[in-house]
Design a protein around this ligand. Structure first.
Ligand SMILES: [Cu+2]
Length: 100
């Protein structure tokens, strides 16, 4: 019974993935892209405060979960992004797109 419930929750989480705030995201952020490194799959962002993580605004490199995400963005652009926590590398970008 518990297992079935877990499967149902996973399916709902996947369906919710089409919205801007992905169900699995630990936090979302806003910022400006400084530099993209497609080889390393990283993006340097000057991000605003991220209250969900108690992070102040800062400039830092983020790893992206999927390199293809980098095709959506350009240096100098204002962006919105989601973060998921990975056991090995900490917070990585789950999705990123130009800010609306
Ligand atoms: Cu930061």
């Amino acid at each position: 019974m518990r297992k079935k419930l877990n499967i149902l929750i996973s399916v709902l989480a996947m369906l919710a993935g089409s919205s801007n705030l992905y169900a699995a995201d630990a936090a979302t952020g806003q910022g400006t892209v400084n530099k993209i490194d497609a080889t390393a799959a990283t993006v340097n962002i000057s991000h605003e405060d991220i209250p969900a993580l108690k992070w102040p605004g800062m400039t830092m490199d983020f790893k992206v979960a999927d390199k293809k995400q980098l095709a959506n963005i350009k240096a100098g652009q204002k962006v919105s992004f989601g973060l998921v926590k990975e056991p090995a590398s900490g917070y990585v970008i789950s999705h990123i797109e130009p800010a609306k």
